[in-house]
Design a protein around this ligand. Structure first.
Ligand code: COA
Length: 389
């Protein structure tokens, strides 16, 4: 298996393709059904299911966070790809609910995995974030600057929901999905991408944070927005979503030189079943060409596409050489579509070699030890300096 490190020069850059070679997902232990939700929010299972297709979502417990979910999904993706964390050159976490404003969630995952040769950063493009991040990683691979990237979408939306606002809190859930993207001379993989933004719609869907103009109390009380809580103009977002899904998929097909009817499966951001059905109608595709699992997970923002991808693979809805369209849309406003020609790894690779599995587990243990010993050494150094001064 060819692996590249960021510092190496790659003569064959022109012939490099970016393939998805590993995938994984993680959700919290606890599910919250619509019926349970309606015991503390003025809503009902009938209303939620009819308007959105959602029946339940997963909610992080105290010990779970964006980073812990991202880490679990990442471990699975490395397992399927059968590569070591030290083979990674880049880790990107797409999230709107990062563990901290900084350091990035990606840096925490990098440390916990012992991926000591990887750069790491978080990417903010709301529910489009995963496709944006995958595009960044694919471009770096095709340009020859990296050989392998771990791209994660991870969220704990439950922590930024206003649980008094029934028009938003019923929609979202927590989770993470990850893929390993790797350079290969084999044609296929990521074929084309379309990234778009319309900041004029920034007031339709947002979570004000420390740097926000809404951090000013008087302004926040005028427009009614709460710091660190999501607000949304639901029906306008609905119309925006149905328009951009079809538009961006058509654009990415044109860029790849294929017809929309050549698409074998669309893996859209899982916001609302009605949005997906309307988009399928606009594109002239059968609704069953749109993967949907919103019923079980709700809208997990940047995590929804990689989670849906994992389930599509598990359900054997993706075959070798299939054309797969990913499409995300959300706050920004942002939207993004990507076309992939799937190349399923050989079964031998999918199950991972025994030796590599053991080496990965050793690396995870080393990661914990290395991180603790570095912190301990810094503390000792500080004490020594204090005593000396
Ligand atoms: N339970 C029961 N009633 C509710 C409710 C809830 N959870 N939320 C809103 N309602 C009520 C409203 O108060 C309103 O009542 P009224 O007619 O007495 O004023 C009524 O239902 C209709 O509200 P409306 O907002 O027009 O509903 P809608 O058909 O537009 O559906 C959404 C609301 C949020 C489901 C829908 O707009 C949507 O899915 N939008 C896209 C959101 C999205 O996917 N965002 C993320 C993109 S990344």
């Amino acid at each position: 298996m060819a692996t590249f490190s960021s510092g190496e020069a790659h003569d064959d850059a022109a012939a490099r393709h970016a393939h998805v070679v590993g995938w994984g997902m993680a959700v919290p232990e606890s599910a919250l059904t619509n019926d349970e939700l309606s015991t503390f929010v003025d809503t009902s299972d009938d209303w939620i299911f009819a308007r959105t297709g959602i029946r339940q979502r997963f909610i992080a417990d105290e010990g779970e966070s964006t980073a812990t979910l991202a880490y679990r999904a990442a471990q699975q993706a490395l397992e399927v790809a059968d590569i070591l964390p030290t083979d990674l050159d880049l880790i990107v976490v797409a999230t709107s609910t990062p563990e901290n404003i900084f350091p990035s969630t990606a840096s925490l995952v990098q440390d916990w995995l012992n991926a000591h040769d990887a750069g790491a950063f978080d990417l903010s493009a709301a529910c489009s974030g995963f496709v944006y991040a995958l595009n960044m990683a694919a471009d770096s691979i095709r340009a020859g600057s990296i050989g392998a990237a771990l791209v994660i979408g991870a969220e704990t939306m439950s922590r930024i929901l206003d649980w008094q606002d029934r028009s938003t809190c019923i929609l979202f859930g927590d989770g993470a999905g990850a893929v390993v993207l790797q350079a290969s001379p084999a044609p296929g993989g990521v074929l084309s991408s379309v990234l778009r933004s319309d900041g004029a719609g920034s007031d339709l869907l947002a979570i004000p944070s420390v740097g926000s103009i809404d951090a000013d109390e008087s302004r926040a009380s005028t427009n009614g927005n709460k710091l660190y809580k999501m607000y949304m103009a639901g029906s306008e977002v609905f119309r925006f979503a149905t328009r951009v899904i079809s538009e961006s998929i058509e654009q990415t097909c044109t860029a790849a030189g294929i017809q929309v009817t050549d698409i074998d499966l669309v893996i859209p951001h899982q916001a609302n079943l009605r949005i997906l059905q309307a988009a399928a109608r606009k594109l002239g595709l059968d609704a069953d060409k749109f993967m949907s699992n919103v019923e079980h997970y709700g809208n997990t923002s940047a995590a929804s596409i990689p989670i849906a991808l994992c389930e599509a693979i598990e359900q054997q809805r993706i075959q070798d050489k299939d054309h797969i369209a990913l499409v995300g849309f959300g706050g920004g406003l942002t939207w993004a579509a990507m076309l992939i020609r799937w190349g399923v790894p050989e079964p031998r690779e999918q199950h991972g070699s025994m030796l590599n599995r053991q080496r990965r587990h050793v690396q995870y243990r080393i990661a914990r030890w290395r991180s603790r010993s570095r912190r301990w050494r810094r503390r000792v150094d500080r004490k020594v300096r204090e005593i000396r001064d």
